[in-house]
Design a protein around this ligand. Sequence first.
Ligand SMILES: [Cu+2]
Length: 504
Amino acid sequence: MTILEDPPAPSAAGGRDGDGGGGLVFIGMAGLLIALVATVVVIGLIGLLRDESSGGAAGADGAADGPTTIGVTLSEFKIEGALEAAPGPVSLLVNNTGSQQHNLVLVDTGAETPLLNSGDNATLDLGSLDVGTYEVFCSVPGHKESGMDAQLVVTNTPAPTGEAAAGGSHDHTSPDFDADAMDAIMVNSMLEFPAETEGKGNQILEPEILADGTKKFVLEASIIDWEVAPGQIVEAWAYNGMVPGPQIIVDLGDKVQVELTNNTPMGTDIHWHGIHTPNDMDGVSPFTQDPIKTGETFTYEFVADELAIGMYHAHLHSQISVVNGMFAAFRIGERPYPRGMTITGVTIPDDFEPDVELPMVLNDAGTIGLTLNGKSFPATEPLVLETGDWVAADYYNEGLTAHPMHQHQFPQLVYAKDGIALDYPYWADTVNVAPGERYSVIYQATDPGVWVWHCHILTHVERDTGMFGMVTAVVVTDPENTATTQEDTATTSEPVTDDTTADG
Ligand SMILES: [Cu+2]
């Protein structure tokens, strides 16, 4: 530092006056630079030696007879280090071990490090500090709010070791929870996947074919015990004893009858969501029909005259019955696959057929809670595929909030919204599905492995007791090398295949 305070006499300013002085000035500047670098290196070495000789960061000798150097580590999103010192000169040796840029600022004086790239470090001289508590933080926008905020304590009675300084609530090296235990809980909860539970929703309902060709479907609404997750039995309001209720799939032009018997304790009805019907079949009591009282039966009758990727659910008391399980998928005709279209450079073949079709019914409320197809992780069903398989999935949101459904690795081609074919399909790795909406996607499992598929509202999939809720996985095996993936992941799974989920 002395060099800067007492610069050599030949001034740089003089050199700029004439070309002839340039070489000398350069040599002078270079010499100055070398001296400066050497000094910095020496100071750095002294600092390191002092740091080592004091047995660590916090000036363990407790004396104020020299600068205290404290090692501080920055990462996402925390400031770690034994931030305690005796009164006197304090400097921080700041190391960015994170993956993003960070810095460190002392609030009281504004002293700050430069913006440090990943792996960089800097020494921050804080000057002489009196007894007190000093706030340091990272000034990159949002980082302080994310946790990069800590307190440096200057005290006459510093803790004997750096570890003890961790007792302060702002020292993030020792959180007031058992981090190892939380790791174990989360990992163990994930390893329970896939777990077996009683009951399976979305089973395809076979019709009775009447004399005139009408397809007659029979439904019963009742309250059942439903195993949402292993050992977690809830009172579900269900159609035909399953959540989601049975899928109804008819052809375009079919005459349809649905006979509903209500064995729930409240009046009900069925609304055909996204299905074209006469008004008196819309299922909105009391406007279009009387409520179907407990024990009563009502028959809906309409012609399936428009293509649909729709749903059916109660309308009366939906705040109880629907969120508790009275919802299901209803499809008319073939899905409008974007055959022959080229979307962002990818051409869908004229004869495209998916290898697997499945409904993905979302719920988040009532007794059923945060679920995919009526099950909470680890009871959600894995989708077992071979490399190259195409999946056709229809999202249906029967819950009360939107769910951004994210498929790892494989972009989803959104080709229909609410069953209506899009003129401009688009690729997305995350598809946000609001209540009442349906999005129809296809994607190709191009890479082997276990790829999770989940709602990206993270509290819909993870909590302190482990992974749960709206997450499942696509397990892709390589038919040419089955040993690697199948052994690890697929042996205990109940594969979802076209046999069990696709229409017949
Ligand atoms: Cu969600």
